[in-house]
Design a protein around this ligand. Sequence first.
Ligand SMILES: [Zn+2]
Length: 220
Amino acid sequence: MARTGGPCKPTLVRRRRPRYIARMSEPLPDPAPDPVPDPVPDPAVLEPMDILVAPHPSLRRRARPVRPEDRALLRALLPRMYESMYRAPGIGLAAPQVGLELRLAIVDLMEGEVRAPITLINPEIVCASDQLAAREEGCLSLPGQYAEVVRPVGVRVRYTDLDGGGHEIDADGLLATCLQHEIDHLDGVLFVDHLSTIKRNMILRRLAKEQRQKASGAGG
Ligand SMILES: [Zn+2]
């Protein structure tokens, strides 16, 4: 996450009520054994992509920028990525979480249960407010785990769309948290990395234990 304390002050235009980054009422499918998604999917099928669970190594690598020649693949994969996020259900998903090490993330706060998807290609935080706030976060790659994370209250994010058009978004509240959380994923950073080492290790150990129990339960 880039944080700048410079003269750039984002205009905070979006007010959001607190909600979780990921709403995890049900367990996720088993962790994906194959980090590389089907390269030629049929978008009409809308088969969700498997969401990788920590400590999968793809979640820890810095993703490369999306290039124009990647757009055809992304056009085919994005509907499946959205399907994964909506089914989970979550309100944000970064490409590395589905094994695609590209700087791409999708967000949909689903306010009022109405879909309002935002596809962010090569997003970057261009400025962030000095004011910080703690908000509880969860992550589809750390199912069932939540913790309060301190981040800037507001951010300005620059990104392009699938057609190469440039956009900027000024966000605060939940949207600002979600954008920072997803952009972190593109740099191999998980929300637990913002916590103390003790807290982070506690959550990662608990997750590993729960995943083991789930795996053995599924086997029996
Ligand atoms: Zn996440």
